[in-house]
Design a protein around this ligand. Sequence first.
Ligand code: SF4
Length: 365
Amino acid sequence: MQTRCASQSTQFCETCLQRHPRRLDARIDLIAERYARSTTPWVVGYSGGKDSSAVLKLVYEALLRVPSRPSRVYVAYCDTGVEIPIIREQVRMTFARLRAEARSDGVPITIKIAEPKIEDRYFVKVIGRGYPPPTNKFRWCTDRLRIHPIKRLLSSRRAQGATVVVGTRFGESPERDRVLEEHAQGTDRFCFRQSGNTAVTLFAPIVDFEVTDVWKVLMTVQRPNAVDGRRVLKIYRDAGAECPVVRDEHGTPCGAGRFGCWTCTVVRKDQAVTSLVAQGYSEMRPLLLFRDWLAQVRDQRSARCGIRRNGTVGLGPLTIGTRMEALRRLQAAERDSGMSLISGEEIVAIRRLWDNDRTSGRYFE
Ligand code: SF4
């Protein structure tokens, strides 16, 4: 039983780093053993957060230890289209370096980026279709933006029977612990069933790690160099936030204390973006202002149609006028921040939805 480091979270002390040096080694061996026995592909879920970065390091080290590597390892990332831009940029840079490093090591890694369908993208739903920005009661976003894209990727022919390696840990929240216990697979303390998909085995090699163990992996396991533990630490310190991976659609919002979507209105205040702005990432300020405007306009009666899409009277979609104003503000935020926030494909889809609503005449105002 290990003692919790008094310094907690993104703080860690030298004692933590030196504690149980052989434990990490044994865990890498365990991963290597399981990979060597496996005849199906592996899919490593990666978000750029600390837990998935630590898992990727352990898996990579394990791959370097096995004599032959017949099964392909996919590193899967979900790009919702509204990821915090500096985190997304960091992930893209990591992938570019990881591809080159894996190629030169002869490690069979392929990177897969999952994206929501065009009709499910955040801005197509809110600005195009007039969905109110999500709330805790009407959280329409998590499955569309984060869960379905990954499920689609896992149901592809290549991922059939895959072992999905995740950075889930006990102790993150009572709800997460309950789900983990419910999905435990027999006596194997590292394997879990995935709800609704019996073809997939979840392998959680750091399920028993404390947060200090995770930082220890990031600071002491060198390979792949592409996953830079110190860079991950800096982002955590600047954003004062936790990892955004969503593993349970009924769980707490991924924006709560995590790197969620920069548009997230499920949380009262966006901690990560607010903290980044305070730390000097001033280019993020226009994004924060836009997000705050979305949260405000959602609750204004005058911004919503008086009829719902099912024909009943009540707070309906955002009016076309509000949606147009949202697009204007979003494009202004794009100009002011110098960041690309919406794609041309999304704008086309939005205009098509406006035309449909104009033709029907019901959701104009
Ligand atoms: S971060 Fe917020 S907006 Fe994004 S999927 Fe999670 S709950 Fe929804």
